[in-house]
Design a protein around this ligand. Structure first.
Ligand code: AHR
Length: 520
């Protein structure tokens, strides 16, 4: 690699197949589709596209969504939901009104609504996690939406759903009570008390309609909110006995110091731990016997500084447009490595994090990009998500990491390696990031009888440029196999890399090697 002096470091990962944190919830691999920018229109849906299906959804994008392997999808927002009237998106498409979306200064055609989206999500194998508007609306409208979606009784709303083509109830299990209500940018922004009361009132009514739903109270929009902590305590005092999860949103970006950025998962670890402590405190105070899960229902790398300083002003003062390009971040190798470490953090907290949704799915800060009438492609961040979602099954294991420490300006000392692992079907899957920008590392795997079967890395291409991105024309960033000695318990990880190692029992690997030798 040009311009990089590679120094060799050594590290150890200690793994025991019976030392577990918690089962892997498949809901940790959620995604998010908001009516925003080109996420829906010219993202997943584009009737004029050559690959469009009969319902107008792009098959090329759909193939990538399936390959990504997400399990559930939060919908329809985000900030958008706080001004949304769900009724505008049902009934004959030709009768649907065009509305302003004040959250993103956009025009909403309502060509895609509840039925179209649910049909698409079902085809993609995604569980829909529905969000209700608690910005401009309240308990009554949320309850009517729930009735429309989940009931089968002879009511006017259910008859309307049937007339609109869905005889069977959608049966959505998880419902978000509003979005980021702590943020002054949110339509209908509220104090913690105001939101807590409204969320409790809405939750109570929704439970009367369908007692089986799982409800998510809106927590803090980031760990840096001045109200963080007090917001959660107040909201949970109102809603603790009525909700099943409380959300947190976490976005990270590269600012002045890349070592800080590469330590983002340490920040997410702390954020989750802090929310978990607050939740435990309120559970005790209210005498709850159940545990409230943490729904990390928006997380990702997002260059918010560029959005706030460059893109926001023209968007907010420019003309109203249908699906304008908003926050179409182009992701680098470094971004992908950080996304991999954020997934590690979510898995490490599998005992507390019940749901997690990468924000978002297509075009808007997304692993998948598409051009109107043109190509669809995988961004760099696609790979750690797809590979982790495909291989993390069974139980999360405790990982003991011994590695060099790196000093970061904001987060102090962090370990050079960020690792997590899962165990299922007698396989250990290890997901490990080398945060060093310059040093490769020889990792010794201290296990109860496992050796490396295969290893995959995502790192800079051969020119060593960590800022490399994938575009419509060229996608130079993709995972590649790492050389491993058959039966070995060590592996060398390149600098600034995200890696997936598959470990099998030494005895099994030995038998396989013998058979291969015999066949040769
Ligand atoms: O995901 C983009 C936006 O980020 C969402 O609309 C909002 O909830 C968050 O601030």
């Amino acid at each position: 690699m040009k311009g990089i002096t590679i120094v060799q470091q050594v590290a150890t990962l200690r793994l025991r197949s019976d030392e577990t944190v918690a089962p892997v919830s498949r809901r940790l691999f959620g995604t998010f589709v908001e009516h925003m920018g080109r996420s829906v229109y010219t993202g997943i849906h584009e009737p004029e596209h050559p690959t469009a299906d009969a319902a107008g959804f792009r098959r090329d994008v759909g193939a990538l969504v399936r390959e990504l392997g997400a399990t559930c999808v939060r919908y329809p927002g985000g900030n958008f939901v706080s001004g949304y009237r769900w009724e505008d998106g049902v009934g004959p498409v030709e009768n649907r009104p065009v509305r302003v979306d004040a959250a993103w200064r956009s025009l909403e055609s309502n060509a895609v609504g509840l039925h179209e989206f649910t049909g698409w999500a079902t085809e993609m194998g995604l569980e829909v996690m529905m969000a209700v508007n608690l910005g401009t609306r309240g308990a009554a409208e949320a309850a009517e939406l729930l009735e429309y979606c989940n009931l089968d009784e002879p009511t006017a709303r259910v008859a309307e759903r049937r007339r609109n083509g869905a005889d069977a109830a959608f049966g959505f299990d998880v419902w978000c009570l509003g979005n980021e209500m702590d943020g002054e940018w949110q339509i209908g922004h509220k104090t913690a008390d105001e939101y807590g009361r409204l969320a409790a009132e809405t939750a109570r009514l929704m439970r009367f309609i369908d007692p089986g739903v799982e409800l998510v109270a809106a927590g803090s929009s980031s760990a840096e909110m001045a109200t963080f902590g007090e917001w959660e305590r107040t909201v949970l005092r109102h809603t603790g006995d009525l909700v099943d999860h409380i959300s947190l949103h976490a976005y990270y970006e590269e600012l002045d110091d890349v070592s800080d950025f590469l330590a983002s998962s340490a920040r997410l670890d702390r954020f989750i731990d802090e929310v978990a402590m607050i939740v435990a405190g309120v559970e005790q105070e209210l005498g709850l016997t159940k545990h409230i899960g943490i729904s990390v229902d928006e997380w990702n790398v997002w260059n918010t500084t560029r959005f706030n300083q460059v893109d926001k002003e023209p968007l907010l003062t420019g003309p109203w447009r249908f699906h304008p390009r908003i926050i179409e971040d182009e992701y680098t190798v470094t971004d992908a490595v950080v996304v991999g470490s954020l997934l590690n953090s979510l898995l490490r907290h599998a005992d507390r994090v019940s749901i997690a949704n990468q924000a978002q799915l297509v075009n808007v800060i997304a692993p998948i990009r598409s051009e109107p009438g043109g190509a669809a492609w995988r961004q760099t961040i696609f790979y750690p998500f797809a590979i982790t979602a495909a291989h993390a099954h069974g139980s999360v294991l405790t990982v003991g990491v011994e590695a060099a420490t790196l000093t970061t300006p904001t987060y102090g000392d962090v370990l050079q390696l960020d690792a997590t692992a899962t165990f299922d079907d007698d396989r250990i899957e290890v997901f490990v990031v080398n945060r060093s920008q310059t040093d490769a590392v020889d990792v010794a795997l201290d296990t109860d009888g496992f050796v490396v079967e295969s290893a995959t890395t995502l790192t800079a291409p051969d020119d060593g440029d960590r800022r490399t991105t994938n575009t419509a024309d060229a996608q130079p960033v993709a995972p590649r196999a790492l050389a491993v000695e058959p039966g070995s318990a060590t592996v060398q990880l390149p600098p600034l890399s995200w890696n997936h190692l598959r470990l099998v029992r030494a005895i099994e690997a030995g038998a396989r090697t013998e058979t291969q030798e015999e066949n040769a």
